[in-house]
Ligand binder design. Structure first.
Ligand SMILES: [Cu+2]
Length: 159
């Protein structure tokens, strides 16, 4: 009689399922909001989004009860002029990859903040709405400068 292959197969299956459920999906790190210029009605926010899942996801929108609205922008150069363009279809976060919202690249735009944003003292509640991962809420500190490089390691991105 041949050995029943099922027990070992079941073990492999259980192991891979455990690994899949333990894999982090969307993670938000190194988030910060630029303290606004005096009198400004909008300011930029930055974050690193990592997708540990094995399928692509998409950041559809960002919202905050502290702002009139939150837009996603990318920097573009047209006719030699730097400008910003709204990312109306959101941003794809590739499987096993990362997307950086960082100065000179993608950024969030907090429009009409409803609170005074003070560097080192305020943190702004933001909600990131993903197609698959759902809504992830983060309290984002207001700062004058980006977090220290050691806090935000520059990994490979935009592959
Ligand atoms: Cu912008």
């Amino acid at each position: 009689m041949k050995a029943n292959p099922l027990p070992s197969l079941a073990l492999v299956l259980a192991t891979s399922l455990a690994a899949a459920s333990a894999a982090p999906s969307i993670q938000l790190t190194a988030a910060w909001i630029q303290s606004p210029m005096p009198g400004a009605t909008e300011t930029a926010g930055y974050v690193r989004i990592t997708n540990g899942a094995d399928s692509d996801d998409r950041l559809l929108s960002v919202s905050s009860r502290w702002a009139g609205h939150v837009d996603m922008h990318e920097m573009v150069t047209e006719d030699g002029m730097m400008g910003m363009r709204p990312l109306i279809y959101g941003v794809k976060v590739p499987a096993g990859g990362a997307v950086d919202f960082s100065p000179q690249a993608l950024h969030l735009m907090l429009v009409n903040p409803r609170q005074k944003l003070v560097a080192g003292r305020s943190s702004v509640p933001l909600q990131f709405h993903f197609q698959k991962a759902g809504t992830i809420a983060v309290d984002v500190p207001v700062q004058n400068v980006a977090p220290a490089a050691t806090d935000a390691p520059q990994l490979e991105h935009h592959q």
